[in-house]
Design a protein around this ligand. Structure first.
Ligand code: GLY
Length: 416
């Protein structure tokens, strides 16, 4: 009889505790913006991924970086951090973003350990242009958030290494040294624009000042030769190594030489927004708006591009959520450089993209530990089609953090 009463009491108190917890959770999430709820989602997925990366003894191999989850699978395919694996910096970068959002020291420790796996790049000759992706997403965020000088040293050494790929006759970086004979000349790819950020940063932060001049030259020459008259971009520009003249514009990951490959155009929008930030040269601001507008005018209704705007099987062609993430992040920044009404237009476009990406149509939710579905890596090679890809998640979280900062600033301004 006594035991029965005790069991009943435990049962009642259990229910009361559960209801209180539910009310607390409801209260906490009620006070949150949609942007914060999306960041909470990212945080949950980050923790799931960390859990998944542990072996049976609870240990993590910090050299293995999550890269993708194919459509039919539910766990990460990881690749070893190396100079050839251009995506090795995104996962450490995501951990730094998650630390920035949560302030959780346990996440910071994981970020530090994954980041350290890329230190070897500071004493490795440049393999290709991807050093910016590799080191600015990882070490760049690490230094920005901690101010630890050891991170700065690695960034500066890697920037010097990237500088060796500059060809002063052409005026741009050789993106893929391994592909010179394949393309018949000095090749520069649109993605290379992103890696200029590392160089501008190094030049302004005690590194070699000429790195900034090289980055400027690359941006100018690319603006001149890497775009068609309608401001859509080629993926690859091939130059004569000796004269520096343009030989041809071709594709590598797009549908055709003359098509608008979605992520290539996304890199251009992000790249020239960053170049304007770093140089304040108004030509770049004028230019990036044209490059962004041609992309925005061609988007489907849900604001997420098909992998190539000229894919012949649209509307059945795969999407590229990663391009949408890159563009959303870029447009939020671009909106702060232009005046009304374009500032509001770019911000609204970015918000719509993020809302679409955050909907069940694009979120992994409980099905997988990545943030997003439906990115396309390399359609012509048949790889990473309609997959979760780590760089989509990186730029999604970056865009959400940028939006949150803007919303907090607007709130403060309203309250003052
Ligand atoms: N090569 C980088 C990209 O796939 O966008």
């Amino acid at each position: 009889m006594k035991t029965g009463k005790k069991t009943k009491n435990v049962f009642v108190w259990g229910w009361i505790a559960a209801i209180v917890l539910l009310l607390c959770a409801f209260h906490i999430s009620k006070g949150k913006t949609d942007t914060e709820k999306a960041l909470d989602y990212c945080d949950r997925q980050v923790r799931r991924t960390l859990q998944e990366l542990r072996d049976a003894n609870g240990n993590i191999d910090y050299t293995m970086m999550p890269r993708n989850i194919m459509d039919s699978l539910t766990t990460w395919h990881c690749r070893k951090a190396s100079k050839e694996e251009w995506c090795s910096g995104f996962w450490p970068g995501i951990l730094w973003y998650d630390y920035e959002y949560t302030g959780d020291e346990a996440i910071r420790k994981e970020a530090e350990k994954f980041t350290a796996s890329l230190e070897f790049l500071a004493c490795t000759p440049a393999y290709d242009h991807d050093l910016g992706f590799l080191v600015f997403c990882s070490y760049g965020n690490a230094y920005r958030l901690t101010g630890d000088k050891r991170y700065k040293r690695v960034i500066l050494d890697v920037a010097d290494s990237l500088g060796t790929l500059f060809n002063s006759r052409v005026g741009t970086f050789l993106s893929w040294p391994r592909n010179v004979s394949h393309y018949g000349g000095h090749n520069t790819i649109m993605d290379n624009m992103i890696n200029l950020e590392l160089l501008f940063w190094a030049a302004k932060n005690d590194g070699n000042p000429y790195l900034g001049d090289m980055a400027f030259s690359h941006a100018e020459k690319t603006m001149k030769h890497h775009f068609r008259p309608d401001y859509t971009s080629y993926h690859v520009a091939v130059y004569d190594m000796l004269t520096g003249n343009l030989i041809k514009g071709v594709t590598h990951q797009g549908y055709a030489d003359n098509s608008m490959w979605a992520r290539g155009q996304a890199w251009a929008i992000y790249g020239y927004t960053m170049v304007y930030r770093e140089t304040k040269d108004p030509r770049f601001l004028e230019f990036v708006q044209r490059v962004a507008d041609v992309y925005l005018n061609a988007l489907p209704e849900d604001h997420i591009p098909y992998w190539d705007f000229n894919a012949p099987d649209i509307p059945n062609a795969p999407r590229d959520a990663s391009a949408a993430c890159v563009v959303a992040s870029a447009l939020l920044e671009l909106s702060t450089y232009v005046s009304f009404p374009k500032n509001e237009y770019y911000k609204e476009c970015a918000v719509k993209m993020l809302a679409s990406l955050s909907s069940p149509a694009y979120r992994c939710g409980k099905s997988k530990p990545a943030f997003l579905l439906h990115s396309t890596g390399h359609w012509p090679a048949g790889s990473e089609i309609d997959a979760s890809i780590i760089y989509a998640d990186y730029y999604y979280m970056e865009a959400l953090l940028r939006l949150r900062k803007m919303e907090q600033k607007e709130k403060e301004e309203r309250n003052n």
